[in-house]
Write a protein that binds this ligand. Structure first.
Ligand SMILES: Cc1ncc(COP(=O)(O)O)c(C=O)c1O
Length: 404
């Protein structure tokens, strides 16, 4: 991190807090005329001053800015910032969270290999396993997110990756990451994790032994619902083949989008704290409502995943789920159609609140989802909590009116 007027030396031990890293990491103002934010370097062609420089790049494409797809200094600035927050390794930026997942899996798996995939993985990643990996002869076994160290019993000689996501997509189960990582490593497999929900601020996968971290930066890192982006962060020794493999597949990221992602990252700690605070307040409020059968939020003391969350995570973000008591589809539609503040749409992690009906049963094979009533995924935005509660209160009134 670059010193600014001698001010950015860090605290006494020389280590910086996450808030400080999020504020400064990746900025090099004095390489850019004193401009604070990394400028947008747009490029496809990169010119070399002489044959010697060209030959050097041909020998090692990662040694300098070589071609637009490999990333310009704007892309590198984002990679540097995310690496600083994850506490090490090397980062690679791609054009979506799903691309980060699929390209990393493709790079590490070959025909005949075996992947252990958590049953509660983000749905389209599951689709990739079933449709694409299967086509290329990779076997996939889905495992119960609550399996813990017993995942060892599912590991085969050709298991290359044990993949985790915590909490689980749509249903928010917590995973015992250290126990699963231990089992993977004992068998010589890599431990890979989707850390989108917690962001690097609330969970540090590297400190728990994870080898490869993926982020849908589309969510909290960008934070404004206006950019698609994925980031892989891996241990140093995995970086070179992964970077070459990812760009060999043709992936890259737009410098303009990386500029916006860096801008989002600067306010991540304050936004995430507010998202988390609003989500927890909503979760507590919803637990008291007669229409709600169940609230799925690991920071609630009576949530089944609370013990693991408390042990391993430093905070909770804005996404959680609820199950309603059974009601006619028309009544649910009356509630959802009339929401003033909660938008209905995919993605999450922006400044705004969202509420979406979801169907976990459609994407589970190792476990069963048999909730009797509808499941909703909520994202708490940055609005005033009283306004969000009033919107939900009105929604429940519409639901009740439509039932009668
Ligand atoms: C947990 C999780 N991982 C990955 C993704 C994929 O990210 P993207 O939409 O940027 O492809 C999503 C998207 O919703 C997600 O929720």
């Amino acid at each position: 991190m670059e010193r600014k007027n001698g001010m950015a030396g860090g605290n006494k031990g020389g280590t910086l807090g996450d808030e400080t890293r999020a504020t400064h990491a990746g900025n090099h103002p004095h390489r850019n005329h004193g401009v604070i934010n990394p400028p947008v370097y747009r490029a496809s062609t990169i010119l070399y001053p002489d044959v010697a420089a060209l030959e050097q790049v041909n020998k090692d494409r990662l040694s300098r800015t070589a071609y637009g797809r490999y990333g310009t200094p704007t892309v590198s600035a984002l990679e540097e910032a995310v690496t600083a927050l994850e506490g090490g390794g090397r980062a690679i930026v791609l054009s979506s969270g799903l691309a980060a997942i699929t390209a990393t899996l493709m790079q590490h798996l070959s025909a005949g290999d075996h992947l252990l995939m958590v049953d509660t993985v983000y749905g389209p990643a599951r689709g990739f396993c079933d449709k694409v990996l299967a086509k290329f002869g990779v076997e996939v076994t889905y495992y119960d997110p609550l399996i813990g160290g017993a995942v060892a019993e599912l590991i085969r000689p050709r298991t290359r990756i044990v993949y985790m996501e915590a909490p689980g997509s749509l249903t928010f189960e917590m995973q015992d990451i250290p126990a699963i990582v231990r089992a993977a490593h004992q068998a010589g497999a890599l431990a890979m994790m989707d850390n989108t929900w917690a962001t690097p601020l609330y969970f540090k996968p590297f400190s728990h032994g994870v080898d490869i971290i993926v982020h849908a930066a589309t969510k909290y890192i960008v934070g404004h619902a206006d950019v698609m982006m994925g980031i892989v962060v891996c241990r140093d020794e995995l970086y070179r083949p992964l970077k070459l493999g990812i760009h060999g597949l043709g992936h890259g990221a737009s410098p303009d989008d990386c500029y916006l992602a860096i801008r989002g990252l600067r306010t991540l700690p304050v936004r995430l704290a507010r998202n988390g605070e609003n989500a927890l307040a909503l979760a507590h409020w919803l637990k008291q409502r007669p229409e709600v059968a169940r609230v799925m939020h690991p920071a609630l003391p009576d949530d089944p995943g609370h013990g693991i969350w408390k042990r391993d995570f430093a905070g909770s973000s804005g996404l959680f789920g609820i199950v309603l008591h059974p009601c006619p589809p028309g009544a649910l539609a009356a509630m959802l159609d009339g929401m003033r503040l909660f938008g209905m749409g995919a993605s999450w992690g922006g400044y705004e609140s969202l509420m979406l009906p979801v169907n976990p049963a459609a994407s589970r094979t190792a476990t069963k989802w048999d909730a009797a009533g509808p499941t909703l995924r909520l994202h708490a935005g940055l609005e005033l909590i009283d306004d969000l509660i009033a919107d939900l209160e009105d929604g429940f009134a519409r639901l009740a009116a439509a039932k009668t």
